[in-house]
Ligand binder design. Structure first.
Ligand SMILES: O[C@H]1[C@H](O)[C@@H](O)[C@H](O)[C@@H](O)[C@H]1O
Length: 684
């Protein structure tokens, strides 16, 4: 079988050569970057070996030009082989799947992604809702305006609930299925909205926010998990990205709906009720959602799993479907039985197949063997929140007010939500592109974010009284005169009525747009700094949405394999919400303490820069890598690093080892040509 370089092969070429492996192994010098293809031997084969044992790709990673031949195993006969593409400075592992498994964006996949992604819409809607709701409650509860502490409790109940939800959902998703968790989350969204809308005192409202928080955390964890499990490899970035897209859409819709409803009496009750609508739609639609085929295989429900696989890959032959079930089965065990206890393995009645039902203990054991994935995923989730985007978004009306957009900062704040949504749309197109991928996109956008945040620090440093966050958005200037059509009943909230009072959400965006055109330009001092601040906030948001907004969730959804997938994702989501809680509950107080947002923008810039370095050093590019093979991708990298170390320690010309490698390569080639003779139709 002849092999060609990936650079010379179009995807269609590759489809027409079902069994080939090209290994252009290459090191990312200086970084020890772990993004090379899995080495086909030793530890790196711990998982892939199940499918590809006998591959004879070079183990030293230096022979990048010589074509390699390899044997085919039963799995490969059903279609998978591996290819490493060399792309500029990055090495990318690409699984070359059979044509059917490449996947096409069928109406089935689109419907499934949207149905599951409704949870993302609800996540965005409910997190976007809070600020608008807070400024409309006035004295509706307890007969007096909410105190600072009460408002903080309302806001943090959702985030605290989300921490709980993300942790519980991991175990529940394994036990009861991904779809069941999505369903329970939708019910909680509905229940939480009704509870909030009907609440008569602050405690009931906080309870409702907490219930919604559990749903937010649960769905933020389970939806990327589900989407990554139904997505064909080549479409995974876009399909998992659909969740992030719907999150940002939900945030934007919340702003706009708040604006539309704010003229009504007790508008906050209508706002929360409106957010129940998508939950009802989702609950009805969920009847049409299939369970994840990977979970079904893991539970030994092969008949259902085959049915779902056929829906995802309508062109797949029976043999290909069976091959996929094989891979999923092996993947559910993490590629080996080592991590399983005997209790973990069940035989399906009447079948030779054996399903894996991992115990929590074996999940932890497996997860601890995937430390690199865990560090990567938790690190990215930490950086997503630590770089301060949510502080910037939730407090954008206040920041713009500080900058001098005193007439009505809310209309401009909506631009931030629009930029977040628009950037996510663009990111979805880029994450699966060979010239970008996850790693490069994240590195460049976070470098850009760091530069913009430093610019913001500079711009705010030029604005007088920038630490003045407590006396309402207008800092003594009168509230904008509402238009007759969209006028919200506004109760000025003053003085120490807190940090959170300062979060004047766009509860009157349309009103603002109508009334503030003439007055929204900064009224004092130079207009340069405020306008520059606004532009930099929009640019920072765009860059965030292009990278940090989407990639951590995507990487989290695809980095864990085998029995520890849901546990790993749950822990990573917990990191996200915990960091979120820390910043969002302290941001305005810190601004006050340090005398303005500039210092914090410098800290955010440092975090964004840190994220770029982290992505450069740690992000294993998984674009194009099948979910079952990510263990090998991480393991292969570990192995490569060990080899590099060994190579330094040993005499370069270790003749024995080389002879061994050559011999195993020769044997592999012999097996491959035997196979070719046996199956001439496979020959390119
Ligand atoms: O990925 C999402 C998205 O970027 C949202 O806009 C943000 O509010 C969330 O915190 C984040 O997890």
């Amino acid at each position: 079988m002849s092999l060609t370089s990936s650079k010379d092969s179009s995807p269609s070429d590759l489809d027409s050569i079902p069994l080939q492996a090209i290994n252009n192994s290459r090191h990312d010098e200086g970084q020890g970057m772990p993004s090379n293809p899995p080495d086909h031997g030793e530890a790196g084969m711990s998982q892939m070996g199940k499918h590809s044992n006998g591959l004879s790709a070079p183990m030293n990673g230096h022979d990048s030009s010589a074509p390699k031949q390899q044997t085919m195993t039963s799995h490969e006969e059903s279609g998978a082989a591996y290819m490493a593409e060399e792309e500029g400075e990055d090495d990318v592992i690409t699984a070359v799947l059979p044509e059917a498994a490449q996947g096409i964006l069928t109406p089935y996949l689109i419907t499934s992604s949207i149905l599951a992604g409704f949870s993302g819409l609800l996540f965005g809607w409910d997190t976007g809702l809070a600020a608008g709701m807070l400024v409309s409650i006035h004295s509706d509860l307890n007969g007096q305006p909410l105190t600072a502490g009460e408002q903080e409790a309302v806001v943090s109940a959702t985030t605290a609930g989300a921490i709980l939800g993300s942790l519980v959902a991991g175990r529940a998703a394994d036990r009861f299925g991904r779809k069941t968790v999505i369903l329970v989350a939708a019910l909680l969204f509905l229940l939480g909205s009704l509870e909030q809308a009907a609440s008569q005192d602050v405690r009931q409202l906080v309870l409702g926010r907490g219930i919604v928080g559990v749903a937010v955390g649960g769905s933020a964890m389970v939806v990327p998990l589900y989407l990554a499990e139904v997505a064909p490899t080549s479409l995974r970035g876009r399909i998992v990205g659909m969740n992030s897209l719907l999150v940002t859409a939900g945030q934007l819709v919340a702003y706009l709906v708040n604006a539309l409803l704010s003229p009504l009496a007790h508008s906050w009750r209508w706002m929360v009720l409106a957010s129940a609508l998508p939950a009802v739609v989702q609950l009805i639609g969920l009847a049409k959602l299939d369970e994840s085929p990977r979970w079904l295989v893991g539970r030994g429900r092969y008949v259902e799993a085959r049915r779902v696989i056929k829906r995802i890959y309508p062109m797949a032959s029976e043999a290909e479907v069976e091959g996929m079930v094989d891979r999923m089965e092996s993947g559910a065990r993490g590629g080996s039985r080592a991590a399983m206890t005997s209790d973990d393995i069940d035989a399906e009645p009447g079948s030779s197949r054996r399903a894996a039902k991992p115990s929590l203990r074996s999940q932890w054991q497996h997860l601890l063997q995937s430390k690199r994935a865990l560090i990567l995923s938790c690190g990215l989730q930490f950086f997503q929140q630590a770089s301060g985007f949510n502080a910037l978004m939730y407090y954008s009306p206040r920041l713009l007010s500080i900058a001098g957009f005193t007439a009505n900062p809310n209309s401009f704040a909506t631009l931030i939500a629009v930029a977040n949504f628009g950037g996510t749309v663009a990111a979805m197109r880029l994450v699966d592109r060979p010239e970008w991928g996850r790693r490069r996109l994240l590195m460049w956008t976070t470098v850009g974010m760091a530069a913009c945040l430093l610019g913001l620090a500079g711009a705010f440093a030029m604005i007088p009284n920038a630490g003045d966050v407590t006396d309402g958005p207008t800092k003594g200037t009168p509230e904008p005169k509402p238009s007759s059509v969209f006028a919200p009943p506004s109760t000025p909230q003053k003085g120490n009525d807190t940090a959170i009072n300062a979060v004047r959400a766009p509860s009157s965006v349309l009103d603002a747009t109508l009334t503030s055109r003439a007055t929204s330009v900064p009224q004092t001092g130079s207009v340069v700094w405020p306008i520059l601040s606004l532009l930099l906030m929009i640019l920072t948001t765009l860059l965030y949405a292009l990278g940090l907004g989407i990639i951590p969730w995507l990487v989290t959804s695809e980095s864990f394999h085998g029995p520890s997938r849901s546990l790993g994702i749950a822990i990573s989501s917990g990191c996200n919400w915990t960091t979120n809680l820390i910043w969002s509950s302290t941001y305005l107080s810190l601004v006050q303490v340090v005398g303005g947002p500039s210092v914090l923008f410098v800290v955010f810039a440092g975090m964004a820069g840190g994220c770029a370095a982290f992505a450069r050093g740690r992000l294993v590019e998984l674009r194009g890598v099948g979910i079952e093979d990510v263990g090998a991708a991480f393991g292969g990298s570990d192995q490569r690093q060990q080899q590099q170390r060994r190579a330094h320690q040993q005499d370069e010309g270790d003749g024995e080892e080389r002879a061994g490698l050559l011999e195993s390569e020769r044997r592999g080639q012999m097996r491959a040509s035997d196979r070719e003779e046996a199956t001439p139709s496979n020959a390119p």
